[in-house]
Design a protein around this ligand. Structure first.
Ligand code: HEC
Ligand code: HEC
Ligand code: HEC
Ligand code: HEC
Ligand code: HEC
Ligand code: HEC
Ligand code: HEC
Length: 320
């Protein structure tokens, strides 16, 4: 019985390989996704810390169904609110800095809510299905308008997991631990990048799966300074990228044991000084922030001067 299942699985694998070779979109559509709840069935026992932490990340809260999660809407609807609460079908974003809303036709409603400022600002009413949703859910099929789950689930990073969930064989899931630097950064870059798919129709790639070469699915665009989700654009070409760093050198993908903001492995200054107390290539050793930047504001971090506008180019700072 087992061997029969294996043979069928093997033929299936061959067919998948042929399929991958011939048609990008169908390869992703043919692959089976199960959703994070299924992963948790086993990994709650083997990796309880991953299951628990991931559920508390912003990744898990990147999109909501307004009817099922009315509390996910952080905006205040006063009498002069430019959009109607009743028109909201989907909520984009956990409500950290700003929040967007989609109507039942996936149109972005024409105002977004600024969380700290507690006010509405105008928003271009673009088509959310081609311009937004692909990075805020797992496995969007824009043709059928269906996805596996809302938010960035396990399989957004690990790839389709049905075969692995059946076999329990680690070989049936992309091993991100062992993925090389470029391809690992592309897993994050599928969403943390500004650009379009190769046709120009989508602001994300409907075809990329983890392990793929992102350049075969997605064209980068020069992002505006400080643009949302532009980390991969600015990181490429940085000395850190050239030196072999991964997004996960600094960020903990599941949020396990993070000691800094933004899922950083340590508070910003500790993180940077972890390497920069040594002389590295052309850069001089830095003893501490105070001696390196005596005029820095009391609450300044290394990022205040070297990551302006959240840039991941890690440029030398202009003195000021
Ligand atoms: C039926 C049980 C089961 C289910 C369901 C399951 N896994 Fe696993 N998984 C395992 C076992 C067993 C291992 C190997 C032992 C270990 O690493 O804990 C494993 C290993 C892994 C590994 C490590 C692979 C490596 O070599 O780096 C990853 C990643 C993983 N699983 C992700 C997932 C994801 C994502 C899902 C959901 C799509 C999932 N698993 C669903 C049982 C399961
Ligand atoms: C499927 C798309 C997708 C993938 C893949 C993805 N992210 Fe994200 N990421 C998002 C979205 C969307 C948010 C913002 C959610 C929100 O604020 O509501 C986010 C937020 C973040 C944040 C901010 C967390 C915070 O607490 O402020 C970090 C850091 C991050 N991602 C790092 C990564 C890294 C590293 C990888 C790769 C290992 C990755 N992401 C893969 C879509 C993605
Ligand atoms: C290529 C992937 C991608 C696309 C397309 C995309 N986003 Fe996002 N979005 C992200 C990522 C990654 C983050 C978190 C990182 C950041 O903000 O830099 C994010 C964050 C957000 C946030 C949360 C900000 C916060 O305060 O937490 C909102 C709201 C949002 N996006 C709305 C939209 C809207 C509206 C569109 C379409 C017009 C869109 N996104 C298109 C990837 C994407
Ligand atoms: C944002 C991307 C991302 C998401 C979402 C994500 N993972 Fe991972 N996962 C990674 C990366 C990257 C690694 C490689 C090790 C590392 O960098 O932490 C990894 C490693 C693992 C491992 C191997 C751990 C080990 O040390 O052997 C398991 C198991 C795993 N993930 C399961 C899951 C499950 C289950 C989920 C959903 C609850 C999930 N992951 C969601 C990126 C992600
Ligand atoms: C050398 C360390 C380092 C590496 C490598 C790195 N980051 Fe970051 N990242 C940071 C720091 C530090 C911050 C917080 C900056 C701040 O405090 O303003 C940050 C912030 C972020 C944020 C939050 C943005 C926001 O506006 O809240 C996201 C998302 C992110 N990084 C994604 C990525 C991705 C994707 C990669 C890989 C392409 C990556 N990072 C590589 C150090 C790093
Ligand atoms: C894992 C080690 C490591 C960490 C962590 C790290 N760096 Fe670096 N950094 C390097 C290396 C290696 C270089 C390149 C040295 C060279 O080739 O000249 C570098 C170069 C730089 C440069 C010079 C860039 C240029 O274009 O000349 C700046 C600025 C910088 N890092 C800032 C930071 C900041 C800020 C942080 C924390 C957010 C940080 N680094 C974290 C290893 C690290
Ligand atoms: C108040 C702003 C400010 C802060 C805060 C700051 N730096 Fe700098 N940093 C500078 C300036 C200015 C330079 C010199 C620019 C140049 O070399 O062209 C510099 C240069 C550097 C360089 C390049 C050194 C070289 O020899 O080329 C590195 C690496 C660096 N800083 C890392 C850090 C780290 C790590 C922290 C946090 C402990 C930090 N910086 C905090 C302003 C700052």
């Amino acid at each position: 019985m087992v061997s029969r299942v294996r043979v069928i699985a093997f033929i299936g694998l061959l067919l998948t390989i042929v399929w991958v070779g011939t048609a990008g979109v169908s390869a992703k559509r043919a692959a089976k996704y199960v959703g994070s709840e299924d992963c948790a069935v086993c990994h709650e026992d083997t990796h309880p810390e991953i299951i628990k932490s991931h559920a508390n990340t912003l990744h898990s809260r990147a999109m909501f169904d307004a009817a099922k999660n009315p509390k996910s809407i952080v905006a205040v609807f006063g009498p002069d609110a430019p959009i109607k609460k009743a028109d909201i079908k989907y909520v984009l974003g956990s409500g950290k800095v700003y929040q967007n809303y989609l109507d039942k036709n996936f149109r972005v409603l024409p105002a977004k809510w600024l969380v700290k400022e507690k006010k509405w600002v105008k928003q271009q009413a673009v088509d959310g299905l081609t311009q937004c949703v692909g990075c805020h859910v797992t496995n969007l099929d824009p043709e059928s308008k269906k996805w596996t789950e809302m938010g960035v689930g396990c399989e957004a990073c690990h790839g389709p997991g049905a075969a692995h969930a059946d076999s329990q064989d680690p070989k049936d899931i992309v091993s991100l631990k062992n993925l090389d630097q470029k391809h690992l950064n592309m897993v994050c870059g599928q969403c943390h990048a500004v650009g379009t798919d190769l046709s120009g129709k989508y602001a994300y790639s409907p075809t990329f799966v983890p392990g793929d070469d992102l350049t075969k699915h997605f064209k980068l665009k020069d992002p505006a300074v400080g643009a949302a989700n532009s980390q991969y654009n600015t990181f490429l070409g940085s000395k850190h990228e050239a030196g072999g760093q991964k997004c996960t050198s600094c960020h903990e993908a599941h949020g396990v044991n993070v000691k800094g903001p933004k899922q950083l492995r340590s508070p910003v200054n500790d993180l940077c000084l972890g390497c920069h107390t040594m002389k590295l290539g052309d850069t001089e050793a830095i003893k501490d922030l105070k001696s390196h930047a005596p005029d820095a504001a009391p609450d300044a971090t290394c990022a205040s001067c070297h990551m302006e506008g959240n840039s991941h180019a890690f440029k030398k700072a202009s003195s000021k």
